[in-house]
Design a protein around this ligand. Sequence first.
Ligand SMILES: C[S@@+](CC[C@H](N)C(=O)[O-])C[C@H]1O[C@@H](n2cnc3c(N)ncnc32)[C@H](O)[C@@H]1O
Length: 315
Amino acid sequence: MTTTTDASGHIPVLLEQVLKSLRPNLGDVFVDCTAGRGGHAAAIAKQLGPNGTVVLIDLDRANLDYASERVEVESGIKPIAMHGSFSSVGRELEARSLRADLVLADLGFASNQMDDPLRGMSFTHDAPLDMRLNCSVGQTAAQFLERLSERDLANILFELGEEPFSRRIAAKIVESRARTPITSTTQLADLVREAYGSRARTSRMHPATRTFMALRIAVNDELGALRAFLEQLALAAIRAHEGKPTWMNLGARAAVIGFHSLEDRMVKRLFVELSQRNIFRLEGKQPMVASEAELAENPRARSAKLRTAMVGRPD
Ligand SMILES: C[S@@+](CC[C@H](N)C(=O)[O-])C[C@H]1O[C@@H](n2cnc3c(N)ncnc32)[C@H](O)[C@@H]1O
């Protein structure tokens, strides 16, 4: 098994499967929509040869810089780095007259972001409640908690976190914020624990796990960004299939790794629909998942689901 852990400990998930399904060729244009720590990107870039092109995108400037340097050192290719969301990947590539042969999106966050106390994504450190992947734009989780109605908060916890005590937690947050603003990870984790009451003792995971996940997804509008990305992927695939100019080539391959059932559902729906219209060729109906060996090394891979597709020629 190939693993390429970076200095922060992030291990690229399903790397072997990604390489096998994307099948990089010499000279390909590869777009990594979620550069992260550059694990996938460096492994793919090494197979493109000196005439390959690598485009790296990330919301997190520090990760983007790290991944760019890593790709250049390991492959000799200097990547084109784009700081921002993959939700505008199509427009960005078209503006540069680039056409992708390989597109990868490994959704969510990298280990270094979760472990960074300053980002406030985890209740394991006492930190300001921020949670933004791009720290230069948008509302922090603390601002989110200050402004949301109790009902919207409960809905977010239930829908994005599948939190069974969403209403109880939302009520607790609203009651508490009337007295003191909720600005730290510990404050929020303590409130969730209080809302759980005696059930906290029997909960398999920390009671705040689902609340933190739901808030992170909401603060970064992760599902909105994925929806926008998938729409662009679909439009480009349709145009390429019809022989019209766009930012993906005919025969281009796309791979998306989701960690949340809502993400995977969105990817699956689009991939199945495009394959029924003969625009996408899929590599099997079921998503690829991690082997026992990978799980032993990287427990985070447990929820990872990889779906891949190729833009097919008209019959
Ligand atoms: C799971 S990590 C990717 C890890 C990477 N594949 C590797 O091997 O190191 C996800 C990365 O995507 C970034 N990200 C999440 N949502 C994004 C979005 N909408 N646009 C661009 N980057 C995003 C995060 O900042 C994070 O660095």
